[in-house]
Structures are given as structure tokens and as C-alpha cells.
Design a protein around this ligand. Structure first.
Ligand code: HEM
Length: 195
């Protein structure tokens, strides 16, 4: 019962965050036109929307992480003996934990950086950020872990819904790659293409 509630909370928070990510990626694509990017973020930062979205995201992250920890604990207590046979592509548990911790640190660092941006010169602040090769690598690594995390968790959602066909799984992969690839375009464009 408690486990079901946590699974539901985790899924709802996950859906809210995925919705935000789609919106965030699409609005960031406006970067390819300075006027469009500045126009969008001037509007976004003018009223309370930005703060509402930020608080919503922080609440969603906290709910998602807390529920995940609870589910892990309950599952560990229930399964005192490890499975005799694992999936062919099983990633070792410590690596999963490290990658999730990295993803969380990435999100915390990114939100901190976004709060330090001067909203009146956002376009040039983002451009300056990705002139650093370290920052480009850090963001690409964060997006890689996000790709793994989203494709794995969405595959689980498909499984729960009984959609196990290759077509559904391929669509999820394509969607996730379009999302994280869309994000990656900005640091890559700034570092390799912009004068
Ligand atoms: C290269 C990719 C990304 C770029 C260029 C980027 C850019 C930005 C910018 C410019 C802001 C500040 C917006 C403002 O002044 O209002 C921001 C905020 C934010 N970003 Fe990103 N972002 C990227 C990837 C991500 C990813 C992958 C996540 C989540 C996993 C994320 C989550 C957030 C959150 C939660 C905020 C604060 C809420 C908001 O202002 O909308 N971003 N990002």
C-alpha cells in the first residue's frame, strides 16, 4: 500500500519534470535567434512564472528522490537474497547510485548557475558559460546521464502499461534522444560554431 503510494508519487513527479524538460528544451532552441531567445526570457523572467516554475521543479525533485529512496529501502528489505540470474545488460548497483548522484549534482549546479545569470544579459551569460570546455563537458555528461535515466525509467513505465513491443521502446528512445540532443545543441553550437 505504502509502496504503491510512493510509486505513484514518483511517477507523477517524473511526468511533471519531463513536461518541464520538453518546454525548457524547446524554449532554449530559440537560442539560435538572439532576438527570439531574449524576447522569450524577458517575458518569462518579468512576472512570477519563473519563480513558480522553479519552486514546482524543486518540489518535484524532492518528491521524486524521497519516493525513490523509500522504494529502494522497501525493496532491499523484501529481497534479502540477490536474484540468481540478472538481465544481460545489468548495470552494477553502485554505478547506478553514482550516476543518479551525478545527475542530482548537475541539476543543483545548473539551477545555481541559472540563478546567478544576469537576466538583462542572459544571452551573453549563456554564451560565456559555454566558452569553457569544462562546462561543455560537464553539461554533455549531465545530458548523457539524463538520457540513460529517462530511457530506463520510461521503459519501466511502458512495461507497467503492458506496452512491451519494440516499436514503443524505439519511440521512447527517439523521444529521449530528441530531448537531450536538443539541449546538447546549445553548448555544442556555442563552443564549436559561434565566432
Ligand atoms: C545545455 C542545456 C541547458 C541550457 C542551455 C539551459 C539554460 C537555462 C537557462 C538560461 C536558465 C535560466 C532561465 C531564466 O533566467 O529564467 C535555466 C534554468 C533552469 N534550468 Fe536549464 N538549461 C539546460 C539544461 C537543463 C536541464 C538538462 C535541466 C534539468 C535536468 C534544466 C533545468 C533547469 C531548471 C529547473 C531551471 C530553473 C527554472 C527556470 O528558470 O525555468 N536545464 N536553464
Amino acid at each position: 500500500m505504502v509502496l504503491q503510494l510512493h510509486k505513484r508519487l514518483m511517477a507523477v513527479a517524473g511526468v511533471v519534470m519531463t513536461g518541464y524538460l520538453i518546454f525548457h528544451m524547446l524554449s532554449n532552441l530559440s537560442f539560435f535567434s538572439e532576438a527570439a531567445f531574449t524576447g522569450f526570457y524577458d517575458f518569462y523572467n518579468a512576472g512570477p512564472i519563473r519563480w513558480f516554475v522553479l519552486i514546482l521543479m524543486i518540489v518535484a525533485i524532492v518528491i521524486h528522490v524521497k519516493a525513490a529512496i523509500k522504494i529502494r529501502k522497501v525493496n532491499a528489505q523484501a529481497r534479502t537474497i540477490d536474484y540468481a540470474k540478472h538481465d544481460k545488460f545489468k548495470i552494477p548497483a553502485p554505478l547506478v547510485t553514482i550516476s543518479i548522484l551525478f545527475l542530482l549534482s548537475f541539476i543543483v549546479i545548473h539551477i545555481t548557475q541559472s540563478l546567478l545569470f544576469d537576466t538583462s544579459v542572459l544571452y551573453s551569460d549563456v554564451t560565456t558559460l559555454f566558452q569553457s570546455p569544462l562546462m561543455v563537458l560537464f553539461y554533455l555528461a549531465g545530458l548523457f546521464v539524463l538520457t540513460m535515466h529517462l530511457s530506463h525509467s520510461l521503459a519501466n513505465v511502458l512495461q507497467t502499461l503492458g506496452k512491451t513491443s519494440v516499436i514503443y521502446h524505439s519511440l521512447v528512445w527517439l523521444g529521449v534522444l530528441a530531448l537531450t540532443g536538443g539541449f546538447a545543441l546549445i553548448p555544442l553550437y556555442i563552443y564549436f560554431v559561434m565566432p
